[in-house]
Every structure is written in structure tokens, then in C-alpha cells.
Design a protein around this ligand. Structure first.
Ligand SMILES: Cc1ncc(COP(=O)(O)O)c(C=O)c1O
Length: 380
């Protein structure tokens, strides 16, 4: 059967493909995009209570009012003033990104996306009928998306810009100056900026700067997946100007109706009560980041930009061949899952993404296996 033309340009996620090969014993997984922490106790209790109280029906499509009030409070901390009417609760940041694109794009419209950048941006743009246009994110500039690289790619067909700080796969954190400059470009060309901020609270150095603090053309996307380790509860949100949110609501209403009532209870409790949860997790992740950087430093010919946020390193392994071949060799020979840099765009060639959202023991063992394999290859 013929599927839609739209889907013909979309490949199964490069990360998924590797995961499928990664089943089996004795495999160390450094491919995971989720914290290995349980959700806050307060959230577990809230879910149990919600079940007890039969909170198992549809909620308002926009999300529970009390949750949206809490989200407005959280956004205020990022310098964004918002009302609950401008906040839509979604099924993860993934849905938020998609409905933002569906609300904005007509067929053939271009969306600027970072390269390397998160795997979903290009396929989600295509599903919404648009054309992804990558802009370079350079290793020499610590992978911080440069405003000029964005400006250079703007054409008459550009309809939106996607940015992501702290970034996946690079861990880069954009400076206030760059964020302000990108806001200036958005204002100059009247372009909405979809700002993916799912790692905003997982920062080791520097600070998070939300573009929504500088322009009302921002569409701020966030999630409970990373900050509260709730990946399986599928809960995120988006804030934008009212007319944009109303457009997104049209898509959300018919595709999703409303998000899971129990997940909303978990998220409300996280924001209301789980104070200090993310800071504590971030302290553990920072130790792991320092460990993985040290171990990478011991591998001959490998350089790694020091990530300031998220939980990934994006080292340059170009001395050892193409990313894809190397990731496959590491999986087959060393039984370690790493993600090839090209899963994140052509600009990721020569790199591997390693997640350190796993135990120190696994990081040590995984890096030892990679080091031993590469040493063996060099001598044979
Ligand atoms: C940068 C980025 N954006 C969005 C997502 C999707 O998050 P969610 O689980 O909220 O859909 C991820 C997940 O890995 C991510 O890394």
C-alpha cells in the first residue's frame, strides 16, 4: 500500500535503530535520553491519591487549571510573564513541538533547525508539511548556536526558527548575549522562535536564558520528562501568544483531546512540592559529567567540548572513522551503545553522543571497553 508522500522523506529514528540492535546481555547503554532516577515521591503520592479520587476522566483540553498556574509560576522564574490561558499542557515536548509546527506551517515553508540538533526537528517539520533547513552549530564555538548562522539561512520561505538550549546532543548552553541577538533577529524578520527548553534546569555552568523573556514571538516548549525524570508519563507544555496557542489547541483537541489526568496530577505535585528534586539530580549528573570527561580525555585522539548542561557529551572521534561505522563497531565489539553523531544531522559526522544519565560504574565500564577496543584496533 502506498503511504503518504510526506512520510517518504522520513526515516526511522537513528537512535531507535541502534536501540533495536542493542538488546541482549552484557550491553552497556550510553544511548539513553532519560535520567535513571525515580520520579519525586510527592508525585507518586499524588498519582495514588488521584486514582483513589477517581481522577481518571478527560481533563480540560488545555490541561488542569491548577497545573497551568504552577507552570506560569515556573515560567516567571525564567523571566517569562504568562497567564494560564497562554499555556497548553501537551503529551511531552514532542507533541508541543509538533502542534507548534502544524499551527505555523503551510506546505513548503522552511524551518531553521540546528545541525547537529535533536533528532525530531527535521521529521516533525516534514510531518507538518514544511522543509527543514539546517543551520550550522560549530564545534569551534562550543556548539553554541550563533545568531549569524541563523540569519544567513533566512529566506522568503522561512516560517520559524527552532533553538534548543541546553542542547541535545551537545550539552551546549547559549549565552544571554546570543539569546538576545536571536530574539532581535526574530523581531527583525517577524519570525516565531520555537525554543525547546526541556533541559532548562539541568545546568552545571552558566545559567539558562529563555528567549521568551526578550520577545513575544517565542514559543516556549518544555517538559516534565527530564527535570522530573517523568519520560514515561508523557507530559510537557507550551507557552506562546494567545493566537498561536489557540491554533495549537485546534490540533491538540482533535489529536489528543487532553493529556493523561494522572500524569497531570504527578506534574502538579512536582511543581508544588518537589522542591530541590532537580537540583539534587543535577548534582549527581555533574559528577558523572566530570567522570566521563576525564575518561574521554584518556582516549588517544579524542577531543570533547565541555558540556554545560543536559546529560550528553558529544566528543570528536573523527580519528577513528565515520560516526555510523564506529558506533556499530563499538556496539558489536565492545557491547556499548553509543549514538552516531549523524543521527543528529550531517554536522554530527565524526562525533558520537554518549549519555551519562547512568551509573558511574556503567560509565567507567563503558568507557574502558571503548578505550580498549580502540587501542586494540590501533595496534592490529
Ligand atoms: C531536546 C529535546 N527536546 C524534546 C524531547 C522530547 O521530550 P518529551 O519526552 O517531553 O517528548 C527530547 C527528548 O529526548 C529532547 O532531548
Amino acid at each position: 500500500m502506498d503511504l503518504s508522500e510526506r512520510l517518504s522523506h522520513i526515516d526511522i529514528s537513528g537512535i531507535r535503530r541502534i536501540f533495536e540492535l542493542a538488546k541482549g546481555e552484557d550491553v552497556i547503554n550510553l544511548g539513553l535520553g532519560e535520567p535513571d532516577f525515580p520520579i519525586p515521591e510527592e508525585s507518586k503520592e499524588a498519582v495514588a491519591r488521584a486514582l483513589e479520587e477517581d481522577l481518571t476522566h478527560y481533563t480540560p483540553s488545555m490541561g488542569l487549571h491548577r497545573l497551568r498556574e504552577q507552570i506560569a509560576g515556573k515560567l516567571k522564574g525564567n523571566g517569562i510573564s504568562s497567564a494560564p490561558e497562554e499555556i497548553l499542557v501537551t503529551s511531552g515536548a514532542s507533541e508541543a513541538l509538533e502542534i507548534a509546527l502544524l499551527a505555523l506551517l503551510d506546505p513548503g515553508d522552511e524551518v531553521l533547525i540546528p545541525d547537529p540538533g535533536f533528532v525530531s526537528y527535521a521529521p516533525l517539520t516534514r510531518i507538518a508539511g514544511g522543509t527543514p533547513v539546517p543551520f550550522d552549530v560549530r564545534e569551534e564555538e562550543n556548539f553554541e548556536p550563533g545568531p549569524e548562522a541563523i540569519r544567513e539561512r533566512i529566506t522568503k520561505r522561512t516560517k520559524a526558527i527552532i533553538i534548543n538550549s541546553p542542547g541535545n546532543p551537545t550539552g551546549a548552553v547559549s549565552s544571554k548575549k546570543d539569546v538576545k541577538e536571536i530574539a532581535g533577529i526574530a523581531e527583525e524578520y517577524r519570525l516565531p522562535v520555537i525554543s525547546d527548553e526541556v533541559y532548562d534546569e539541568i545546568i552545571y555552568e552558566g545559567a539558562h536564558h529563555s528567549i521568551g523573556a526578550y520577545t513575544d514571538l517565542a514559543i516556549t516548549v518544555n517538559s516534565f520528562s527530564k527535570t522530573y525524570a517523568m519520560t514515561g508519563l508523557r507530559l510537557g507544555y507550551v507557552h506562546a501568544r494567545r493566537e498561536i496557542v489557540e491554533g495549537m489547541l485546534k490540533c491538540h483537541q482533535y489529536v489528543q483531546a487532553s493529556t493523561c489526568s494522572l500524569s497531570q496530577a504527578a506534574a502538579t505535585a512536582a511543581l508544588e512540592k518537589a522542591k530541590g528534586y532537580t537540583e539534587k539530580m543535577t548534582r549527581v549528573l555533574k559528577k558523572r559529567r566530570d567522570l566521563i570527561l576525564k575518561l574521554l580525555g584518556d582516549i588517544e585522539g579524542v577531543n570533547c567540548v565541555r558540556p554545560k548542561g543536559a546529560f550528553y557529551v558529544f566528543p570528536n572521534f573523527s580519528a577513528y572513522g565515520s560516526s555510523k561505522d564506529l558506533a556499530m563497531t563499538i556496539l558489536k565489539e565492545a557491547r556499548v551503545v553509543v549514538t552516531p553523531g549523524t543521527a543528529f544531522g550531517a554536522g554530527g559526522e565524526g562525533h558520537l553522543r554518549l549519555s551519562y544519565a547512568t551509573s558511574e560504574e556503567k560509565i567507567e565500564e563503558g568507557l574502558k571497553r571503548i578505550k580498549d577496543l580502540l587501542r586494540l584496533q590501533a595496534t592490529t
